[in-house]
Ligand binder design. Structure first.
Ligand code: SF4
Length: 412
């Protein structure tokens, strides 16, 4: 099917993007393309696929869930291997960041405003460890009497602050380039309104530095891992992040690491078409960043959203759960917005990466390996036993976009 023909009419009827009459031909073409890839020297072959298996990482949790929920997981050709990546914002929120939120929520006069999916994410304490005297999640904190309010947007947090001048409202800013512009806009509005009781704890993170970090780790470690980042041939990139950034910030995947990538929409036909584009690209000499999601993503992204981000935030080193400290992968408020920076307003100590990492090891959770693509969730010894969506040990089982939750809910 011609790409223009797929993209344009179907954009008007999203439900068709999951229709069998649209997906089945794409699946057939994908299979044929994979089977036609020529053998490469040194590459293990797979019966019927002389070129071996094409291993792609879906960076974003929304893609992971779509692949499972739609049933694509069981339909994809044997010539493909899909590996989940670090693109679930709740999953990569570090235990020490949850601890900082808990510390803020415990302060007298403070109301913590947060998105609901952060409520059950565990902090750094072991499930039954010796330090288990206090709450280890915002949900437990609420039960313990801390003031935690679930909001649906940063603007709701502003409204909360305006309605309660007697309380200090702190907004927990989580998410990637997709949600950070709305947080930045809220800070600008707070300044315009002269709000004195609103601040932000920015835990926002950036996707391109995390991908660079993953691939650099691979370079250093050598090609030794069987299902880890060392084996990734290509990337399925998050369409919503690219709608802000555009394509250029991902060009290093091709230029520095020789990997093909495709910005993809989230419906089953989007994903199949994206995989077809990656399979076709595998045969070309020049790796590239492709754009399947042209109905939502312009090559240059959203200049206005990026301008708001640049005005309010600057990049800083950030801790990612399971991945550790990644250079320039977080967003901190610029100095001129210090009055809204909860770290400064409440004099929070800077995170100690070594201590934070040591605490994270205690729970036995292997989310870090899952997020790096180095472990299938089902291979975690706690999966489905000590760790279930009802009693999650790690954030990958909490979030609706988490790899472990997706495998648990749809994988069997
Ligand atoms: S199954 Fe649970 S404990 Fe294991 S990696 Fe996933 S979230 Fe962590």
């Amino acid at each position: 099917m011609d790409r223009e023909n797929l993209t344009l009419p179907l954009a008007r009827t999203l439900d068709k993007l999951a229709a069998p009459e649209v997906c089945a031909p794409l699946l057939k073409r994908l299979e044929a393309t994979l089977r036609s890839l020529p053998a490469k020297s040194g590459q293990a072959t797979q019966a019927g696929y002389p070129g071996g298996r094409l291993r792609f990482m879906e960076v974003c949790g929304t893609h992971t869930v779509s692949i499972f929920r739609s049933g694509l997981h069981s339909l994809l050709p044997a010539g493909l291997v899909h590996i989940s990546g670090p693109g679930c914002p709740v999953c990569v929120t570090h235990g020490s960041e949850i601890a900082a939120l808990l510390e803020l929520a415990a302060r007298p006069g403070v109301t913590l405003a947060t998105f609901g999916d952060l409520m059950r994410v565990p902090g750094p304490l072991a499930p039954a460890g010796p330090d288990r005297s206090g709450p280890n999640s915002l949900k437990e904190a609420t039960a313990a009497g801390y003031r935690v309010e679930v909001v649906y947007s940063p603007l709701n947090a502003l409204q909360l602050a305006a309605a309660r001048p007697d309380r200090q409202v702190v907004f927990a800013g989580v998410g990637f380039e997709t949600t950070a512009p709305a947080t930045a806009a809220a800070v600008l509005r707070a300044r315009a309104q002269g709000l004195k009781n609103f601040s932000l704890l920015s835990l926002h993170k950036l996707i391109p530095p995390a991908l660079r970090f993953l691939l650099r780790q691979t370079d250093q470690a050598g090609q030794t891992e069987k299902t880890g980042p060392g084996d990734i041939d290509a990337f399925l990139l998050p369409g919503h992040v690219a709608s802000v950034l555009g394509l250029e910030p991902f060009s290093f995947l091709a230029d520095e690491f020789g990997k093909n990538s495709v910005v993809s929409g989230f419906e089953p036909a989007d994903i199949l078409q994206s995989l077809l584009m990656l399979a076709e690209a595998a045969n070309r000499r020049q790796p590239a960043v492709l754009n399947q999601y042209r109905r939502a993503v312009a090559a240059r992204g959203n200049a206005r959203a990026r301008a708001v981000l640049d005005q309010v935030f600057s990049p800083v080193d950030a801790l990612w759960r399971g991945l550790g400290l990644i250079p320039q992968s977080g967003l901190a408020l610029r100095r001129e917005f210090a009055a809204f920076d909860a770290r400064l307003v409440f004099d929070l100590p800077p995170p100690d990466p070594a201590k934070a990492e040591a605490l994270e090891q205690q729970s036995g959770c292997r989310c870090g390996d899952v997020l790096k693509g180095g472990l299938r969730p089902t291979a975690c010894p706690l999966f489905g036993r000590a760790c279930t969506p009802a009693r999650p040990v790690g954030p990958c089982m909490v979030s609706s976009e988490g790899g472990c939750a997706a495998y648990y809910k749809y994988g069997t």
